[in-house]
Design a protein. Structure first.
Length: 842
């Protein structure tokens, strides 16, 4: 009997060791909320955790007796689960369990608040499903930041007994999951829900405050666009509100896709630190350093990656391992800026440093919470209030200071207005005195220019008109005047070759007084050269050489100013035969009006402005023959620089240099109608001047009969064949009847080929005097003079052709040969400059 009893006792004790006691939590009161959280000081409060899941049948059959046969671990809840030892390809599944002895009131509905579960879950009470969240085995995240609240069906509760709360969780992230944050509670549903909505709506109230502050700063920026710090803070506030709303549990009430909300959350968090940096940078007017630009570029690159991707695991990895370390660099930039301003004893920096330090501490705590280093409520939404308070203090100080200044202004306004008025009147008087002095200078300068800009023409065949309109107008002691760089001068000289009218149209560089100074210099030198034309030496000078002398004097004077005074100009001289000698130094091209058609007599730039260094290289005298009824118009660039209106009512400066030709044709080259036409088509924006040279010959044109013309052509044909004696015997009788320049030209050429230099010289000069455009006659005259031993005369004729045409190689060689023969090294050196760009060899 005793033996049997011992066997029964041994069996009973062995059975007790195989069924250890289970830890459980007791609900203290049916009307209060009971915490299910683990307590570090109470090991029995730890939850049970099992890797891998249980089948539905196993969950339903779990009891106190068979619970211990499974491999359970004890863990702290809420808290992050320990990472798995090996990476699993499939989603990790765990079981969390808690035994609870429930004391319930049958008239009260109860609920579990299970905190934030990562990610999807199925929750059971006593083996029966009471709630679930998320789609099981989905490749996409479901609701890993959602707080779970499940109502408990009353019939599933075992009063005064142990009830098994079991949560089956499938993790989205391999290294984190479970009930990560918040708290686990059991209590009446009304109390649970009230506590939940109270917490979330308090957060929304704070967000409402922040969005109001952000809107206020945006309004400040709209009213004052240059204060960009207001824009950056409003953008930061709006981003902060959006981010915290996306962390609020009430977002799930909107019904949006979790993936889209989470993606927007990741995009928004990227903007917070850069916006804060730029707010403080612009507030304290700090430089946008290259290092900050690199950081911004990196944030923009990550932002683009997040925008076009949908992989939350990638988002989490990039944010945790790449982006958040760069925030430390932003913080260094921010606090280095604050420290600099603190050293300057900037009050705003003190307030902002205090507020920003609190925000930074909260951000560190929240970041650690997000990384599951500890379980702690998010406090950033509350801490940001301190930063807003610091800004409010800055604004308050600004408003107080502004109010004090306003009060001071009101008290002393009348006195300040009087002082300001006196100061303005004094400044105005000083300006009026200075302006009167300036206008006096303008007036005296204009008086000096007026006698220089004379129009004197003694040739009846030539009709000259001038027009000058300077842009700068002034009034001095009741007298109106104008001043500028445009000038027109016409004078007369008498040379051995005949009477000539000399003209100049110039546009000196610079506006008003500077341009007038250039015009004054040009006028003085021009008139001085004209006055010297009465000397016997000057009278013997041919037109080409006289014009060259005039140019050389002007160029040397302007060049002495070392480039500070330049002038474009057309210098010319015309005889009673209408033959014009002229040079164009970077002046607008002259216009010929003939038979109702206007055209330019030039097609390319040949010389630079007066005063331009080494300008002799480009020097060239051009010639042109006016016919009866021709009009030559010379004008400054003001004729082209007129303001026009486009089809879209936009003003632009004319760039069509041929527009003036159409104006000339419409007005038939009449000067005043031409100016009126220009004004009607646009606004004159510069000084404008014109010289109009009309030619009307009073000498009838020499004509010959058809019979004489036929004889001359036959004589010319014989001469070309080399029958010089026959040609001369027939030509001499014609010359006695008709002294035509073509007859003399042919006779001179025949004698030239026969080397009868005296006869050749006689006929060639007669032909050239009547037709000075024939450049080949110049060379033959020069060579004839040389052969007759008249070296000085030969030099002059060679020089005339050289000034017209440097590319005539026969003449150029003869010219420099004669200069060497006469030991005229100065002239040779001078003219060698003319050849430096031609590439000629002598």
């Amino acid at each position: 009997m005793i033996k049997k009893l011992l066997i029964v006792l041994v069996f009973s004790f062995s059975h007790l060791e195989s069924s250890p006691l289970l830890d459980f939590t007791i609900q203290n009161h049916p009307h209060s909320i009971t915490s299910l959280d683990s307590n570090q000081n109470d090991p029995s409060s730890l939850w049970y955790m099992k890797e891998n899941g249980l089948e539905e049948s196993e969950i339903q059959n779990l009891t106190e007796e068979n619970f211990s046969k499974y491999d359970w671990k004890r863990i702290k809840v809420p808290g992050n689960l320990t990472p798995p030892k090996e990476n699993e390809k499939q989603k990790r599944t765990v079981i969390l369990a808690k035994w609870i002895e429930m004391d319930v009131d049958p008239n009260i509905q109860y609920s579990f608040r299970l905190g934030i579960i990562n990610d999807r879950d199925r929750t059971y009470l006593n083996g029966k499903l009471i709630g679930k969240t998320g789609e099981w085995d989905s490749p996409f995240p479901q609701n890993y930041d959602k707080l779970r609240i499940y109502s408990i069906p009353s019939h599933l509760i075992l009063p005064k007994k142990k009830n098994l709360l079991l949560i089956k969780i499938q993790l989205y992230f391999q290294n984190s999951g479970g009930i990560e944050q918040d708290e686990t509670l059991l209590g009446p549903s009304t109390n649970i829900q009230n506590r939940f909505y109270k917490d979330e709506f308090i957060k929304l109230i704070f967000l409402t405050i922040y969005i109001t502050v952000g809107s206020y700063f945006l309004f400040l920026f709209i009213r004052r666009r240059k204060d960009r710090e207001n824009l950056f803070f409003s953008l930061f506030s709006f981003s902060f509100v959006l981010y915290n709303f996306l962390r609020n549990q009430l977002k799930y009430e909107l019904g949006f896709s979790f993936l889209e909300m989470k993606k927007l959350e990741y995009l928004t968090i990227l903007l917070l630190i850069p916006f804060m940096y730029h707010f403080l940078r612009t507030l304290f007017e700090d430089k946008y350093v290259i290092f900050a630009k690199i950081l911004d570029g990196f944030q923009l690159l990550v932002f683009s990656f997040f925008l076009f991707s949908n992989n939350i695991e990638h988002f989490n990895f990039v944010l945790s391992n790449l982006v958040q370390p760069t925030w430390i660099l932003y913080v260094i930039l921010i606090f280095s800026n604050l420290i600099r301003n603190l050293r300057k004893k900037e009050k705003r920096a003190i307030y902002i440093t205090i507020g920003l330090t609190i925000v930074l501490i909260a951000a560190i705590i929240d970041t650690a919470t997000n990384r599951n280093y500890w379980v702690f409520p998010r406090i950033m939404g509350y801490a940001f209030l301190f930063f807003n308070i610091s800004l409010a203090m800055i604004l308050a100080n600004s408003f107080v200071k502004l109010n004090e200044e306003f009060e001071d202004l009101n008290k002393n306004l009348e006195k300040k207005v009087e002082d300001r008025t006196d100061a303005l009147n004094e400044s105005l008087n000083q300006l009026q005195i200075l302006k009167e002095k300036q206008d006096g200078d303008y007036f005296l300068t204009s008086l000096l220019i007026q006698p220089l800009a004379r129009i004197e023409n003694k040739i009846p065949e030539i009709k000259i008109e001038s027009y000058t309109n300077q842009k700068k107008k002034f009034q001095f002691r009741g007298k109106d005047g104008e001043i500028g760089g445009d000038i027109c001068i016409v004078g007369s000289i008498h040379l051995e070759s005949g009477e000539y009218t000399v003209f100049a149209n110039a546009d000196a560089m610079g506006k008003s007084i500077q341009g007038a100074g250039g015009a004054l210099v040009l006028g003085v030198v021009f008139q001085a050269v004209l006055s010297r034309a009465k000397s016997s030496y000057t009278k013997r000078r041919p037109p080409e050489l006289w014009l060259k002398d005039l140019y050389v004097e002007l160029q040397s004077v302007f060049a002495s100013f070392d480039g500070s005074m330049l002038s474009s100009v057309v210098l010319g001289m015309v005889g009673k035969n209408g033959y014009i000698y002229y040079i164009n130094a970077e002046h607008p091209w002259s216009i010929l009006y003939r038979d109702g058609v206007a055209s330019f007599i030039e097609t390319e730039l040949s010389m630079r402005k007066l005063g331009f260094p080494k300008n002799n290289t480009h020097f060239q005298i051009k010639t042109f023959s006016l016919l009866d009824g021709d009009v030559l118009l010379v004008g400054s660039d003001g004729r082209d620089d007129i303001g026009l209106m486009s089809d879209t009512e936009n003003r632009y400066i004319n760039e069509d240099e041929t527009l003036i030709l159409r104006f000339v044709e419409r007005t038939e080259a009449k000067l005043l109608p031409l100016v009126k036409e220009i004004e009607n088509n646009g606004e004159i924006t510069d000084d404008v001047s014109f010289l109009r040279i009309g030619f009307q010959s009073e000498i009838p044109k020499l004509s010959i009969s058809e019979d004489i013309r036929t004889k001359f052509l036959m004589i010319q044909s014989n001469a070309k064949k080399g029958n010089y004696e026959t040609a001369l015997s027939d030509l001499i009788p014609l010359l006695t009847q008709f002294s035509h320049p073509n007859f003399h030209s042919l006779a001179g050429k025949i004698y030239f080929h026969q080397k009868k230099w005296i006869e050749a010289l006689h006929h060639l000069k007669l032909a050239f005097n009547e037709n000075p455009s024939k450049e080949n006659l110049l060379y033959m005259i020069a060579k004839s003079e040389f052969k007759l031993g008249k070296i000085d005369d030969a030099v002059i004729w060679c020089e005339r052709l050289f000034l017209r045409n440097k590319t005539q190689k026969q003449n150029t060689k003869l010219f420099f040969r004669l200069l060497d023969h006469t030991d005229n090294f100065d002239k040779k050196s001078f003219y060698l400059e003319f050849l430096s760009h031609e590439g000629n060899t002598i």
